[in-house]
Design a protein around this ligand. Structure first.
Ligand code: MG
Length: 202
């Protein structure tokens, strides 16, 4: 199983980090040891003083595929979840400044939170709201309409480079409002009005 992530997919988030709008999707990978599930607490790692939450929709791949034509992307998934792409922003900034890969800042243990999955049947994936609440306050909210590259485009694009296998996960990018987490924060994520995850930072 691999975890493929898309960066810089919401314009308002690109602006808040003062990045450039990319022409092609920005792609990176987290290892399977990054997974955190079942509302288990997230422990802030020692190597960072600035762990940011990035709430994102996550797609689960249900069929093996390579170089998938856009019009067939829809055959490769039928469930979505909500996730957090935890990012050691201080470390990422250092690595970016040196032109080095981001893996340590993005792929560390338990940096990929994924909720239970729900069927996409009956959902309008082109107009779906999702949000993250921290200690009861909304800190991030997005709608799939704001995505530069939609789920089908992402699947077609990444499958040119990586064979997609059953059970792979794709994080599809975060909207604006990323920010630091602190011990005892309670993070709760919603797709529309469905509570998808609820866990504590330690
Ligand atoms: Mg992200």
């Amino acid at each position: 199983m691999k975890i493929i992530c898309i960066g810089r997919n919401f314009v308002d988030h690109i602006h808040e980090l003062q990045n450039e709008i990319p022409t092609d999707p920005v792609v990176f990978i987290k290892p399977d040891s990054a997974l955190l599930r079942n509302n288990n607490p997230f422990f802030i790692p020692d190597f960072s003083k600035e762990i940011h939450h990035e709430v994102e929709l996550v797609v689960k791949i249900k069929k093996i595929g390579k170089s998938i034509p856009l019009q067939f992307s829809r055959d490769y998934y039928d469930e979505i979840a909500l996730g957090i792409d935890f990012t050691a922003r201080d470390l990422q900034s250092e690595l970016k400044a040196k032109g080095l890969p981001w893996e340590k800042a993005k792929g560390f243990d338990h940096s990929a939170v994924i909720s239970n999955f729900m069927s996409i049947e009956g959902l309008d994936l082109s107009n779906l709201n999702f949000s993250l609440h921290k200690n009861g306050q909304v800190v991030q909210s997005g709608n799939t309409q704001q995505m530069i590259h939609n789920i089908d485009t992402i699947i077609s694009y990444v499958s040119q480079f990586f064979t997609l296998k059953i059970g792979d996960y794709i994080f599809t990018g975060t909207p604006a409002g990323v920010g630091a987490v602190a011990p005892n924060d309670l993070l709760e994520g919603f797709i529309e009005s469905n509570s998808m995850f609820r866990f504590y930072v330690k």
